[in-house]
Design a binder for this molecule. Structure first.
Ligand code: TRP
Length: 338
């Protein structure tokens, strides 16, 4: 590749999301909303990681339904399926194939150190399966298959990205430059949205308390009710401070969705009470999600269109993944296909 081509080559961004539970306002503000701004500048792949979901027991019909819903919500939120490759992990067999090979270049000791494995094993004592243990290897395969440059990850996935880099480096040291070494991507904007019921914890789709999170697909009155119930404090003053995590979270939501600065929001609410704040935050969320929900309903009716996207994007992902997989297979010494 000459210098000009190299400069023109867009960097690859890869991210994965498990199709369990519902996408939340936290997913929208913390991830999706930012991704829309990346679609022209980067070559982006968004993978619905259904293989990873199997590490915990799933109801088959539910898993199928959720997977499709995630894909439709991505598109409804503004990810253009022509510009981004949005696909199911299970439609690209190379993920499993590369994962096996990489598992032979990963040490038990490394996997044993993964804090997420320890946490999940503790939570699922009755089902500590081998997939849960090798989860980071499959994630490394996801990333490395597409010669990914950047991976947008939250705090909880940093250790997994680190092991992906270690595996890639180890492999490259033996076989030459096969994999691009991925880096974490920290978006310039975008707040971390916290649980409405415990604003010291991240808003999570797996929260047992439904009032802790807002779904992208929640109806308006449900949104208003959840915000009304959001935990605040007894200070009675609207400031943006770590001492008032509940209020801070509501302001973060308000500012991110309106693309307004914290100073101007604090100014706006200066002489107002918590009730006013909640009402305006609720209305802001309803308005921000309305177009996404309308688009989602439209897409739901358009079965053929979605099926076509799934097929086309799956084909594109397969073609890219095959290039890396073939190279790896050749390097390790598997016999050529005639
Ligand atoms: N483990 C990630 C999570 O739970 C999901 C994931 C799977 C992922 N493969 C990935 C994220 C590759 C980024 C890149 O959030």
């Amino acid at each position: 590749m000459d210098i000009v081509q190299k400069e023109q080559k867009k960097q690859v961004i890869f991210s994965g999301m498990q199709p369990t539970g519902f996408l939340t306002l936290g997913n929208y503000i913390g991830a999706l909303k930012n991704w829309i701004g990346l679609q022209d500048q980067y070559h982006c792949l968004y993978c619905i990681v259904d293989l990873h979901s199997l590490t915990v027991r799933q109801d088959p019909a539910n898993l199928r339904k959720r997977s499709r819903e995630v894909l439709m919500q991505y598109i409804a939120a503004g990810l253009d399926p022509e510009k981004n490759i949005i696909f199911y992990q299970s439609h690209v067999p190379a993920h499993s194939e590369l994962s096996w090979i990489l598992s032979c270049f990963t040490y038990m000791g490394e996997l044993n150190r993964m804090t997420q494995f320890k946490e999940k094993a503790q939570k699922n004592e009755s089902n500590v399966n081998a997939g849960l243990f090798t989860y980071p290897v499959l994630m490394a395969a996801d990333i490395l298959l597409y010669q990914t440059d950047l991976v947008p990850v939250g705090e909880d996935q940093k250790q997994h990205l680190e092991i992906a880099r270690d595996i890639a480096t180890r492999f490259n040291n033996i076989y030459g430059d096969v994999f691009t070494i991925p880096e974490g991507y920290i978006p310039k904007v975008g707040a971390r949205i916290m649980s409405l019921q415990d604003p010291t914890k991240k808003m999570s789709k797996s929260d047992e308390n439904e009032n802790g999170y807002i779904r992208i697909l929640d109806e308006p009155n449900r949104i208003m009710n959840k915000i009304k119930r959001a935990v605040t404090d007894s200070k009675g003053q609207i400031c943006y401070s770590d001492e008032q995590p509940g209020i801070k979270n509501l302001l973060d939501i308000y500012c991110s969705l309106r693309e307004e600065s914290v100073e101007s929001a604090v100014d706006h609410f200066q002489s107002k009470g918590y009730g006013d704040l909640k009402k305006e935050v609720g209305e802001t969320i309803v308005e921000a999600l309305r177009p996404i929900q309308e688009k989602f309903q439209e897409l739901e009716k358009n079965k053929d269109y979605i099926d076509q996207i799934i097929k086309d994007n799956g084909d594109k992902a397969n073609a890219l993944a095959q290039r890396t997989l073939r190279k790896v297979q050749k390097k390790v010494g598997f016999p050529p296909r005639v």
